[in-house]
Design a protein around this ligand. Structure first.
Ligand code: GDP
Ligand code: K
Ligand code: MG
Length: 294
């Protein structure tokens, strides 16, 4: 019998390059929310892919940014931990990208201590010429990496990358039960789905001031009853979230319900309300409560 392999495969890169899209493509489930906005992903999320003789624990992380407030500092702590405990690093860049904003991260990536697959994403948007030029550029910049042009959105070259990951995995017993898909509880996915709908439905600063907490998640045979609080920092934001006669909030609830019914495979009853929690993004205690301090 073949020896069992298992390990941590961590995706890092600049905001919006497609990290969460790739994670979902590997897992085959929408574990990570995706929007065209930076800072959509705030946590480190494990997606676990199990085979008979392997277990790949993929982690999606927030994009690399220079933190401006405490929430963002915690987000960067998630990225640092992903650099430290990786068995394999997936360093993702997108076509047209020519730099890594943070040189400290680049040093770690090029240290040669862990295998690095450099994934050049969104090649569906590029010409052959541009692609070849970019491959040359990254070969020089990260000489220790194996370079894979991919399209996470169109599933192009994803199987090839996955097979290479399994080849590179260290021998190890599994870290998680073989039927487990993620490290996060059900309520986390409810919170994230609602947050995605807020990112999609409101402009400007609103989504960045929002955190979601699910207070009730009651599952019976055919239905899940959910009650969640949408937390904002100011009264004016509360008014915007609710909208005229509650219309904006209703739209969020309906869109979230549709996704959650797919995710859980059950009918969903969802109740949303909005609460002001002043400056939660800069408050250590609040951040801890929302799972940002490790
Ligand atoms: P993240 O911030 O790195 O996690 O990026 P996301 O996965 O949230 O994706 C950011 C945006 O890029 C979304 O609008 C995705 O639909 C889009 N995207 C992701 N992968 C691809 C791809 O292969 N091709 C194209 N054209 N767009 C992509
Ligand atoms: K994004
Ligand atoms: Mg993301």
């Amino acid at each position: 019998m073949k020896k069992h392999k298992a390990g941590f495969v961590n995706i890092i890169g600049n905001p919006n390059v497609g990290k969460s899209t790739l994670m979902n493509a590997f897992v085959g489930e929408k574990l990570s929310i995706i929007t065209s906005k930076a800072q959509t992903t705030r946590h480190r999320i494990f997606g676990i892919v199990n085979g008979d003789d392997f277990q790949v624990i993929i982690s999606d992380t927030p994009g690399i940014i220079k933190p401006a407030y405490e929430l963002q500092e915690s987000m960067m702590e998630f990225v640092k931990s992903a650099l430290d405990d990786a068995d394999i690093l997936l360093y993702m860049v997108e076509i047209g990208e020519k730099s890594l904003k943070d040189e400290d991260f680049l040093k770690k990536i090029t240290s040669g201590k862990i295998p690095v697959l450099l994934l050049l994403n969104k090649i569906d948007k590029s010409s052959q010429e541009e692609l070849e030029e970019q491959v040359e550029f990254w070969k020089e910049k990260v000489p220790n990496a194996e370079i894979y042009p991919i399209s996470a959105l169109n599933n192009f070259n994803i199987v090839e990358v996955f097979n290479r990951i399994v080849e590179l995995l260290p021998e190890s017993p599994p870290f998680y039960p073989k039927d487990q898909l993620t490290d996060k509880p059900e309520r986390f996915f409810v919170n994230e789905t609602i947050r995605e709908k807020i990112l999609l439905n409101y402009k400007k600063e609103i989504p960045y001031a929002v955190e979601v907490e699910t207070e009730e998640f009651v599952e019976s045979d055919h239905i899940i009853r959910i009650r969640s609080v949408i937390m904002v920092e100011r009264d004016t934001q509360k008014g915007i979230i609710i909208g005229h006669k509650g219309s904006a909030l209703k739209k969020v609830g309906m869109a979230a319900r549709e996704d959650l019914e797919k995710f859980f495979g059950k009918q969903i009853h969802i109740e949303l309300y909005v609460k002001v929690n002043k400056n939660w993004r800069s408050n250590q205690r609040q951040l801890k409560r929302f799972g940002y301090n490790q």
